[in-house]
Design a protein around this ligand. Structure first.
Ligand code: E4P
Length: 229
């Protein structure tokens, strides 16, 4: 399973890349806005360079499907690791599968986003998306069970040997990460603030403290034994 960071914060990306757990990055217009990135091209350039050949998803910013294709083609020229995020439908619920299909046909890697149901996911995979982004938190907001949706989509992709991969996003708690991992997500995109919580445990701290204390006692004992010789 891969881990992507759901952020546009290059400091966080650099920090967690150094710890060997980052396989890619996802962004969306809300994340860029939160990070104060007003020019997506500028923000992307820094992240693309930082990530080397690891993928970075950048979302189109228009509700017009022709404009989505235009933006998608343009983003894809920015760097070889750019993946273009296309929503499953417009604000009016019209299909964006044609956009996914056209870009995929032109060799652009597409992350089909804002997916909240099994049916949306299988259509996105059929249209040629490299990634289908299931929004766990938003599925749960609506009373759905993200674990069931993730497991069903994974089963279908495997059954039909689809190359599409599930990215689970919209993570709201550490428990969402565990649930997505066990349900069969290929990738989970995690806001960096959750990673220290995944690492830390009060009993791990106590265990490390105990070992360090005993190691110091052993060193002191050896020093005493040497002094007595
Ligand atoms: C990732 O690709 C998504 O854009 C992101 O995880 C959505 O998260 P949200 O539901 O918290 O906005």
């Amino acid at each position: 399973m891969q881990i992507f960071l759901d952020t546009a914060d290059s400091k966080e990306v650099r920090q967690w890349l150094g710890q060997g757990i980052v396989d890619g990055v996802t962004t969306n217009p809300s994340i860029l806005h939160k990070e104060g990135v007003h020019d997506p091209a500028e923000g992307a350039a820094q992240l693309c360079a930082l990530l080397g050949d690891k993928p970075i998803s950048l979302e189109v910013t228009s509700n017009d499907r022709e404009e989505m294709v235009r933006q998608g083609r343009s983003y894809a020229r920015w760097a070889a690791n750019v993946v273009v995020k296309i929503p499953i439908c417009t604000e009016e619920g019209e299909s964006c599968l044609g956009v996914v299909h056209e870009l995929a046909g032109a060799g652009v890697k597409v992350n089909c986003t804002a997916i909240l149901s099994f049916n949306q996911a299988i259509l996105a995979a059929k249209a040629g998306a490299t990634y289908v982004s299931l929004f766990a938190g938003r599925i749960a907001d609506e009373g759905g069970d993200p674990g069931i949706v993730i497991a069903n989509v994974r089963r279908w992709l495997d059954l039909w040997r689809s190359p599409a991969q599930i990215i689970v996003g919209s993570i709201r708690s550490v428990m969402d990460i565990q649930q997505a991992a066990l349900a069969g997500a290929h990738i989970i995109t995690i806001p960096p603030s959750f990673l220290p919580k995944m690492v830390d445990h009060k009993y791990s701290r106590e265990t490390v403290r105990q070992f360090n204390r005993d190691a110091q006692k052993a060193v002191a004992q050896m020093a005493r034994a040497r002094a007595a010789q």
